[in-house]
Design a protein around this ligand. Structure first.
Ligand code: MN
Length: 132
């Protein structure tokens, strides 16, 4: 057993992978054979990820605020504190805050054999983001 009482400094989301102001706190990245990776991600209003996919899928648990999640070919969905989203392996999607609301969620993924947790694609344009 290991109890973590301190963690790495909060990191700003890279402009390549995010639009707007996004901050990431690493919650857990336990040693192999675990492949679990868990963060707490804070999105300012209007901020969101780029389009991307996860090799083994992703759980998103919303802890604060109201946000949006979009997937290829699907309607943009509103997500609120208490909601849990399952993204299927390989499903093209994005997630973020609402246009006028902060949102914090806990993303949980399993890393692939090469350590990858996401394959990043282009940024989500304003029209797709505001389609909610
Ligand atoms: Mn994702």
């Amino acid at each position: 057993m290991e109890i973590t009482r301190s963690r790495p400094a909060t990191q700003a989301g890279s402009a390549q992978h995010f639009t707007g102001s996004v901050w990431l706190d690493e919650i857990a990245a336990p040693p192999a054979p675990s492949r679990l990776r868990m963060f707490s991600v804070h999105f300012a209003p209007g901020a969101r990820t780029a389009w991307h996919r996860h090799p083994h899928g992703q759980v998103l648990h919303v802890t604060e605020g109201e946000g949006r999640v979009g997937r290829e070919g699907g309607a943009v969905e509103v997500i609120r504190a208490g909601d849990t989203v399952w993204i299927a392996p390989g499903e093209r999607h994005w997630h973020g805050a609402g246009p006028h609301t902060f949102m914090t969620h806990l993303p949980v993924v399993e890393a692939a054999d090469d350590g990858a947790t996401a394959a990043w694609e282009e940024r989500v344009d304003e029209g797709a983001y505001l389609a909610a």
